[in-house]
Design a binder for this molecule. Structure first.
Ligand code: G6P
Length: 371
């Protein structure tokens, strides 16, 4: 009903507007004296110090939050992290033992593919942790431990606020794990945590530029295909941007790692092809910014229409971009929590411009409880 949507045109519009709180509430109560404290992991230090591998399993949007989390967990906790779709993991006889931590991510906690994968992991001797948004859900109950996301109930079928909450929970877990394993300078950890705490206000700023995206979506409502490029943590965001557009607007969309362009996807570029490019910060110590700008030049030269998502003050992209969507300054690992917002808004607005039901896209279910 209209009242349940709190004055918003759809649950999705409402849920996107709640993203600052989804992140803030997931952090709430879990920081003491500038350090992450996760009481739900009490008593597990020895196990967490002893694991030699993390396997993240999830489906859909949740799996892309896992891909983002991999960059942070590996960097901070120095443990190899694999991310796999639950239904692939479950049927390939993965190598598991008591030193493997299987982290499942699920908004509903009821996705059958992920539940079966968790059960398989347990039966084969792995340790399990669930990142879940629904109190008491089946996957949470089956797992050794659970770190809840506090995004609040998500009604729209396609996931938005749960995604940013999942990344937040993975980052908190990554910082916890790095403390237990002694792999991260406490000052660096405190700094990263402060960066995370600064994110809700920055998301608010991104949401403030929503009108721009609505206009862009209207102009692009007859697009037949849209491509998304990113590198590093921008790569999973390119995948998620493409998924949102498929789910909501029924437009053929693909996300690519920008470095992979030259190995194939560049053949898709023809005059007028819209390409969203997630541009890393020019301040990024890995200097991926220059590489992405050169990718932009390569496809621009072949006629691509560039829609750049770039940091405020990044002028290097201006000569090559048809549109620039600005995000506030953030440390590199935290950029996904900002860059995903315009892509969610874009998919929602484009679907709206096409007259589609953004809360209940055709053929999809909020929680897929069959295998
Ligand atoms: C369904 C939904 C997606 C969601 C996926 C995983 O396919 O339509 O939006 O990402 O399930 O759901 P979960 O509840 O496990 O996060």
């Amino acid at each position: 009903s209209a009242a349940e949507k709190g004055g918003w045109s759809s649950f999705m519009a409402k849920e996107i507007s709640e993203e600052p709180e989804a992140v803030a509430n997931t952090i709430l109560g879990r920081v003491v004296d500038g350090q992450v404290v996760l009481p739900e992991l009490e008593g597990l230090d020895e196990m967490l110090a002893g694991i030699d591998r993390v396997i993240v399993i999830a489906c859909g949007t949740a799996s892309y939050s896992g891909l983002v989390g991999k960059y942070a967990i590996e960097k901070w906790a120095r443990v190899p992290v694999e991310v796999e779709l639950s239904h692939e993991f479950r049927y390939r006889e993965p190598v598991l033992n008591e030193r493997t931590l299987v982290v499942s991510i699920s908004q509903s906690g009821e996705t059958m593919d992920t539940l079966m994968a968790v059960k398989y992991a347990i039966a084969n001797g792995a340790r399990t942790l669930s990142i879940c948004n629904t109190q008491g859900a089946t996957i949470a109950r089956e797992s050794d431990a659970v770190v809840y996301t506090h995004a609040g109930p998500e009604v729209a079928v396609a996931s938005t606020k749960a995604f940013v909450a999942q990344i937040t929970a993975l980052y908190l877990f990554g910082l916890h794990l790095s403390r237990v394993r002694g792999t991260l300078d406490p000052e660096v950890a405190a700094h990263q945590l402060a960066e995370l705490q600064s994110i809700p206000a920055k998301i608010e700023q991104v949401l403030g530029n929503g009108a721009e995206i609505t206009q862009l979506a209207k102009w692009m409502s007859d697009s037949r295909a849209v491509l998304f490029l990113g590198r590093h943590v921008g790569y999973p965001i390119a995948l998620e941007g493409a998924l949102k557009l498929k789910e909501l607007a029924y437009i053929h969309a693909e996300g690519f790692a920008a470095g992979e362009l030259k190995h194939g996807p560049i053949a898709l570029i023809e005059p007028g092809q819209p390409v969203f490019v997630i541009v890393p910060s020019p301040r990024d110590p890995n200097s991926l910014h220059a590489k992405v700008v050169s990718n932009i030049q390569e496809i621009r030269a072949r006629g691509a229409r560039i829609l750049a998502i770039a940091e405020e003050g990044d002028v290097a992209v201006l000569p090559f971009a048809d549109e620039v969507i600005r995000i506030p300054l953030a440390a590199p690992l935290f950029e996904p929590l900002l860059t995903v917002i315009p892509l969610q808004l874009f998919a929602m607005e484009l679907a709206t411009a096409k007259g589609l039901d953004v809360d209940q896209p055709r053929n999809l279910a909020k929680s897929v409880t069959v295998e």
